[in-house]
Design a protein around this ligand. Sequence first.
Ligand SMILES: Nc1nc2c(ncn2[C@@H]2O[C@H](COP(=O)(O)OP(=O)(O)OP(=O)(O)O)[C@@H](O)[C@H]2O)c(=O)[nH]1
Ligand SMILES: [Mg+2]
Length: 450
Amino acid sequence: MAEFVDQVVLYIKAGDGGHGCASIHREKFKPLGGPDGGNGGRGGDVLLEVDANTSTLLDYHHRPHRKAPNGKQGAGSNRDGANGEDVVLKVPNGTVVKDARTGEVLIDLVGVGTRYVVAQGGHGGLGNAALASTKRKAPGFALLGEPGDELEVILELKTVADVALVGFPNAGKSSLIAALSAARPKIADYPFTTLVPNLGVVTAGETVFTVADVPGLIPGASEGRGLGHEFLRHVERCSTIVHVLDCATIEPGRDPLSDYEAIEAELAAYGELDDRPRLVVLNKADVPDARELADMVRPMLEEKDLRVFTISAATHEGLRELSFAMAEMVTADRASRPVEEPTRLVIRPRQYGDTGFEVRRIDDDTFQVTGEKPERWIRQTDFSNDEAVGYLADRLERLGIEKALSEAGARDGAEVIIGPMEGGYVFDWHPTLDAAAVAQGPRGTDDRLG
Ligand SMILES: Nc1nc2c(ncn2[C@@H]2O[C@H](COP(=O)(O)OP(=O)(O)OP(=O)(O)O)[C@@H](O)[C@H]2O)c(=O)[nH]1
Ligand SMILES: [Mg+2]
């Protein structure tokens, strides 16, 4: 397999938040001081960053599991745990990030320096010092750190080429890239020599641009023949499409005009490329029969309002004119686009601070509560500590969940699921009319959540 990787599945885990600490200050002559448990540190984020010096996804192919460190636990004497460091993964310009489960495009990373937080680290849990209040002077519990995001993403590389060369196998696309640039792709007289796109940098006058070939396009590529449409993805961003037509082919049923139509049909089947301007190249003019054929079909192509260039990739005839015409198209396209300032924004996939929740009646005795806050609070709760469970009950009550459950028809003993139906937290609900009375009561068993 060639060492060209344009698609990888990446397994990403952001750091978990550190747990908060429950501790009571102790001094020689003051046996019971105030609470002094520090907060847990934040888990590290995993970011993707477009880097000018990265051109492949090969690294991720070899090491597809990436993880950011966890936050450290809080400690006594009000010492907060250290945050987990962020992990920055460098990706090439033009990397598309998709959710591997849904196939949904999360972001299209264009512009050197663009960053994207692909997995967010978990928040650290508060220590008991931070949880103390006038009501609860010395909490005997702390909050747990939250788990960091864990997900699978697909990274897909779309080469950011200015000019795309399309044409039948053997038409001379790779030869043309070699003739125009310093790239040295493999060239041979059999079809499908090129299995992955080649990229060359071309200079014409003041203009510098990139040219890529699209290998393996043949009639029926849209149904998976040849190399299929796989590589058209690479030219979605190109500004110009150049048809390389083989004027020297002796294959029956083929000629430059019908080749042109066949490739156009494949581009149309792929879609999204209709608006791209075209140039047409009649190649192999050094072969006498080919030149004759080129002279014959040239006017027919020009009738379609196409600019046509008769060239020889072998002798370099016509290449100067062609490269200047390409440069002209690229320059016009660049001028017509708004200047693409690299987005340096760090986009967060989800935001904290959503206050809502929703109560759903599943049946007479089963209710589901969903919402960012209640689900987070569940994750932060140490269920082996009754006081922590009591604190959770208070928070849920204050958010209005008890009231909402009553209104939805929940009765004492109903089963309530907080979070998703599969994997959510399940408890039997025992409403209290006066939750505050319980909150002020002694530490110990809280009978609302059991
Ligand atoms: N005489 C002549 N032969 C050429 C010219 N350009 C390419 N060829 C030959 O045509 C054959 C195919 O050239 P490639 O550049 O590999 O063609 P390609 O379009 O990249 O082909 P695939 O990679 O298989 O899709 C090779 O034997 C080249 O030497 C030309 O201008 N004149
Ligand atoms: Mg080739």
